[in-house]
Ligand binder design. Sequence first.
Ligand code: FAD
Length: 369
Amino acid sequence: MPGEPNKIIIIGGGLAGLICSILLNRAGFEVVLVERKTYPFHRVCGEYISNEVLPFLKSLDIDPFALHASSINKLAISSSSGTVFQTQLDLGGFGLSRYTFDNFLYQKAKAEGVSFACGIKANSITFQDDQFEVSLSDNSTLTSHFVISAHGKRSNLDKDRDFFQRRSPYLGVKYHIKTDFPVDLVQLDNFEGGYCGTVKIENGRFNLCYLIENRHLKKYGSIEEMERQVLFQNPRLKERFLSADFLNEKPEVINEISFAKKPLVEKHILYCGDAAGMISPLCGNGMAMAIHSAKVLSDTIIEFQNNRELLEQTYCAKWNQLFKNRLWVGRLTQQLFGGRNVSAFAVKLLNRMPPLSKYIMKSTHGNPF
Ligand SMILES: Cc1cc2nc3c(=O)[nH]c(=O)nc-3n(C[C@H](O)[C@H](O)[C@H](O)COP(=O)(O)OP(=O)(O)OC[C@H]3O[C@@H](n4cnc5c(N)ncnc54)[C@H](O)[C@@H]3O)c2cc1C
């Protein structure tokens, strides 16, 4: 094969990119990971991770509990008016900040020999004569035989992808707080146009993260006023916001969160994690999917590195088999929450039919891998 058959460029150092970098470096590829930020850094995320990832993390010698993750085995959902449904989680999960988790994986990947270009943005990717050229924001270029784009929900690199043109109504906001809250519970509190999650993470802190329709921000002009006018209509959220000790100067905020379908491979670029498809945060397993899709993609590259066409076909087939239905149920579940009447109905229904919650969880979560 022409070019550098052993070289892989990974764009984006979230969970998907970092896990690919570790697996492919271990398999003998020369891996360069480009991440526009510098570690450690905060990002908008509910920071509840499904336990389905634990066996795989263990196989990589990664123990989230050594990083002081909390162990979560209960779920509560409140409607906009504050009525609650609570259940035991079959599989459960753990709470760990992305600040700690991503930085740990970055340090591990670096120590194992992955090359990093941090604080540098990939501006464009071209493919010619069976080789990629990636232009970077420091005016340099990288070439390689494979490119994995694990650039997350939305990036400058998406501007030629179909879904980018469609506006998305959602905004995400995250805080770290200290508060009096059960240590083994993940709670989702609904309000008009969104929902807010609370879960314990490491070092006695809690994650408070919400997804909201951005029309509210347009209407109320500031995050603070929007929270007062919209989130505080749920009495549980009002109480939590007013009694918490907020640990960051200002929240992390992201706009234009899209759950649209995306191609998994385009112009031979292999997409992974949220860049391949994002599940509603309501389901609480986008991170598990990012990690799992990174494993599937890396295994496929290792197996079919000498046949690009077969590699691309096999990756798409495996991805669809594992994740397509989960995304579909996730999109459907997203419709059940956020509206005042709809969330009240959903909580009532779940209280009357507890097996329904088990069905939704089973359909949106994978098996341990
Ligand atoms: C509000 C909200 C709450 C959520 N809560 C949860 C939850 O509780 N549990 C859960 O499992 N999932 C949750 N998710 C989903 C989860 O955050 C994502 O599924 C997960 O982060 C995907 O990982 P990733 O590696 O694909 O992308 P990311 O973690 O987003 O990483 C992408 C990386 O690419 C970098 N990048 C982008 N463009 C470029 C470029 N051009 N050049 C270089 N670098 C670039 C970015 O800086 C970023 O570091 C939530 C999402 C939202 C929006």
